[in-house]
Write a protein that binds this ligand. Structure first.
Ligand SMILES: CC(C)(COP(=O)(O)OP(=O)(O)OC[C@H]1O[C@@H](n2cnc3c(N)ncnc32)[C@H](O)[C@@H]1OP(=O)(O)O)[C@@H](O)C(=O)NCCC(=O)NCCS
Length: 290
C-alpha cells in the first residue's frame, strides 16, 4: 500500500474519492464532521477546497484506492482541518494512521493548529486522535431545519459596509480564535456570505453569518449578541433574517452546529424549528477554544 497526493496520481478523480467517503458518511461509526453525506455533494465540496489535488492524500495499491485524507488549510490562522481519514470497508487499520502520518509530515512548520472531527460514535477516529496527541474538545450537536418552518420575525436587516467595525468588534469579542477572523466576519460585500445585523438605538447589537453550501443547503456559521443586549430578541431576529436570505438564494434547508453545553442557543434554535441530526466530537492539537 502506498500513500500519494492526488496531484501525483492522475488516474484518481474526486468522484471516486467521494464515492468511497459516502460509504463512511452514511454510518455514524465512520462519519466525519463537516463533510456532506452523499457522493455528489462530497465531490462538490472537495473541488471547492483550494489546491485540493496537492492536499488530498490517497492510500492505494493494486486493488485501487483504499482510503483518503484531505488537509483544508488556513495559512493565515496557521490551522488545518483534516477531512477524514476515510477508509474502504475493512481497511481502516491499514490506511488511517499512515494517511495522517504522511499528511502531517508535509505540513509547513507554520501550520501548528490541527483539528480532526467525527461523529461521537466514530471510536476508531477517537483512538487515532489520541494516538497522535489530539485532545478531545467539547462535543457539538449538528442541527437542521426546514427553512419553510423558520418564522420570519423581520426586525433585522442585511449588513452594510458601514457595519464592518461593529461586526468585527462583536465577532472578536464572542468568537476569538474560531475558524473565522474578525476581518473576514466584517468583510461585507467581499464574498458570497450572508451577513445580517439587528440594531438597538441605532447601534448594531447582534449579527449572523451564513452561506450557501456546495450541496445547495444553507449553513449558519455564526450568531452572536452583545452580552449587554442579550435576551431581548436580537439573536432571534438576526438568525431569522439570515434564514430568509438563504431562502431568497434558493435554500430549502439550513444546518448549524452548536456546542452541546450551550443550552441558551440550543433553546433558541429549537424554538425556531432546528432538530438534532448528530453529535460531533472535535479533536484538537496546538489550540483550544474557550
Ligand atoms: C446565543 C445568543 C446569540 C442568543 O442571543 P439573544 O439575543 O440573547 O437571544 P434572544 O433574545 O433572541 O433569545 C431568543 C430565545 O432564545 C432562548 N434563549 C436565548 N438565550 C438564552 C439563555 N441564555 N438561556 C436560556 N434561553 C435562552 C430563549 O427562549 C429566548 O427567548 P426569551 O428571552 O423570550 O425566553 C447569545 O446568547 C450569544 O451571543 N451567545 C454567545 C455566542 C453564542 O453562543 N452563539 C451561538 C453559537 S452556536
Amino acid at each position: 500500500m502506498h500513500i500519494a497526493r492526488v496531484a501525483d496520481l492522475p488516474g484518481v478523480a474526486a468522484s471516486e474519492l467521494a464515492a468511497l467517503a459516502e460509504r463512511c458518511q452514511l454510518q455514524a461509526s465512520q462519519h466525519i464532521g463537516y463533510v456532506s453525506a452523499v457522493a455528489p455533494d462530497i465531490e462538490a465540496e472537495v473541488l471547492q477546497v483550494d489546491d485540493w489535488i496537492d492536499w488530498t492524500f490517497v492510500a492505494h495499491d493494486d486493488r485501487g484506492v483504499s482510503g483518503w485524507l484531505l488537509a483544508e488549510l488556513d495559512p493565515e490562522m496557521g490551522r488545518v482541518w483534516w477531512w477524514g481519514p476515510f477508509a474502504a470497508p475493512g481497511r481502516w487499520d491499514d490506511v488511517a494512521d499512515r494517511l495522517l502520518e504522511v499528511g502531517r509530515g508535509v505540513l509547513a512548520s507554520d501550520i501548528d493548529e490541527e483539528e480532526l472531527c467525527g461523529d461521537s460514535a466514530h471510536v476508531e477516529l477517537a483512538h487515532l486522535a489520541a494516538t497522535w496527541g489530539f485532545e478531545k474538545a467539547v462535543p457539538s450537536t449538528a442541527l437542521t431545519a426546514s427553512l419553510s418552518e423558520v418564522p420570519d420575525v423581520g426586525t433585522a436587516r442585511a449588513a452594510h459596509v458601514d457595519d464592518a467595525g461593529s461586526l468585527a468588534a462583536l465577532h472578536g469579542a464572542l468568537f476569538a480564535g474560531s475558524h473565522m477572523t474578525p476581518e473576514t466576519a466584517a468583510a461585507v460585500g467581499s464574498d458570497d456570505r450572508i451577513r445580517t445585523v439587528a440594531e438597538a438605538d441605532a447601534r448594531v447589537v447582534a449579527y449572523a453569518i451564513a452561506e450557501v453550501q456546495a450541496d445547495g443547503t444553507g449553513y449558519i456559521d455564526f450568531l452572536g449578541t452583545d452580552p449587554g443586549e442579550q435576551r431581548k430578541g436580537h439573536g432571534r431576529a438576526a438568525i431569522s433574517a439570515a434564514c430568509s436570505m438563504l431562502v431568497e438564494r434558493g435554500c430549502e434547508e439550513a444546518h448549524l452546529t452548536v456546542r452541546e453545553t450551550n443550552m441558551g442557543s440550543r433553546t433558541l434554535y429549537a424554538a425556531l424549528g432546528f432538530r438534532e441530526e448528530r453529535n460531533l466530537m472535535p479533536y484538537r492539537k496546538g489550540f483550544s477554544l474557550a
